[in-house]
Design a protein around this ligand. Structure first.
Ligand code: PMP
Length: 318
């Protein structure tokens, strides 16, 4: 159970005590995985608390909900406001913010499109997702479980049900003593981690799988591509083979929770000669400066969190 003294969860316009944030056990999302969500972070910055790339996360949440026929009863502006209010109410930094769009009423029957669509938002303390290796390199395993093709499960939607695949891959890697799994697409090219995108570095160029490898288009992936551009490293989106990974100079994961995590080994193969490698290290340092509000180049990535009193232009229940 998460430590939750005094925490609040935003549920359809109300800030509810953590312990009372409940739904019926026969709800549609629990049984069929039909829900969409986001993972967002807030940081302490040079200019006060701020949320990283809030509009991009809200836009992805709205797009994911559209794919799954779940019209969110709040506008993008209202969702952003509610996220800021939740962060302000919880006063925890760095935080991990989890908006979830779900059908919470009792409703069995997979085809049921009628149930009320609800929005819940939590803001909990963020930890190092991939452990201590997050800084110095983790060991990953190529998963025996592959990413489903987007013709079956659209990978660009961040849907709850997609994570049953991540769960299988992650459990297998954990039970084998690795920190993370790398999933391949249905054709055997690299796709992504259980909750991260993947990059390789070869001869000063970054390579990363594209949408054709059934990945989630990560917000951190986009941030890294822009940072690489500023630092003068070319980035190529392409089909990436396992051999290219095993013989890469450097490799790393990117994700909101994982941030940028160097990969020091894949199975029995050591990646490069040191971890993080020089280009990964330079990108990590620039990313950190962006998160901390230390570089005006990236200031538009940070949305300031108002005090709870100022966030009080509340989004009301619908
Ligand atoms: N792929 C998957 C499957 C994920 O769950 C995540 C985490 N949202 C990512 C990639 C990275 O996306 P982002 O950088 O937007 O967090």
């Amino acid at each position: 159970m998460m430590a939750a003294e005094g925490r609040k969860i935003w549920m359809d316009g109300r800030l509810v005590d953590f312990a009372n944030a409940q739904v019926h056990v026969l709800n549609h999302t629990l049984h069929y995985g039909v829900g969409v969500f986001e993972g967002i972070r807030a940081y302490e910055t040079a200019h006060g608390p701020a949320i990283f790339r809030l509009p991009e996360h809200v836009a992805r949440l709205v797009a994911s909900a559209k794919v799954y026929h779940m019209p969110i009863p709040y506008s993008a502006a209202e969702i952003s406001q509610a996220i800021l209010e939740t962060q302000a109410a919880n006063d925890v930094l760095p935080s991990y913010i989890r908006p979830l769009v779900y059908r919470g009423e009792p409703a069995l029957g997979v085809k049921n499109l009628k149930g009320k669509v609800s929005l819940a938002i939590a803001a909990i303390p963020a930890k190092k997702y991939l452990g201590e290796g997050s800084e110095n390199g983790i060991r990953a395993k190529i998963s025996p479980f592959r990413k489903p093709h987007s013709d079956s499960l659209p990978s660009f939607a961040k849907a709850a049900g997609n994570y049953i695949n991540s769960y299988l891959a992650g459990a297998d890697a954990t039970l084998d003593g690795y920190e993370e799994a790398i999933l391949l697409d249905t054709h055997g090219y690299l796709a992504e981690g259980t909750g991260e995108n993947i990059f390789l570095v070869r001869n000063g160029t970054l390579y990363t799988p594209g949408l054709e490898s059934d990945i989630l288009l990560g917000v951190t992936r986009d941030s890294v591509m822009r940072i690489a551009g500023h630092l003068g490293y070319p980035v190529v989106e392409k089909l990436v083979s396992v051999n290219e990974l095993l013989t890469a100079d450097e490799a790393f994961f990117t994700g909101t929770y994982a941030e940028i995590a160097p990969i020091k080994a894949v199975g029995h193969y050591t990646i490069g000669t040191r971890s993080p490698g020089p280009i990964t290290g330079a990108i990590m340092a620039e990313f950190r400066r962006a998160l901390r509000g230390d570089d005006p180049k990236y200031s538009e990535w940070l949305t300031p969190v108002p005090t709870l009193a100022r966030a009080a232009a509340r989004v009301r229940a619908k």
